[in-house]
Unconditional design. Structure first.
Length: 43
């Protein structure tokens, strides 16, 4: 879930459901990880 700026309502409320597929990741330092996803239609 991705919340809007206030956190009260979802940012994409009413949008189609999608699945996310992890396509790449890397560790930037001991506390930060970069994760790259691509959307796929939710079936």
């Amino acid at each position: 879930m991705i919340a809007g700026q206030t956190g009260a309502e979802p940012a994409f409320q009413g949008a189609a459901d999608v699945d996310l597929e992890l396509i790449d990741s890397r560790t930037l330092d001991a506390n930060i990880q970069e994760l790259i996803y691509t959307p796929a239609l939710h079936i």
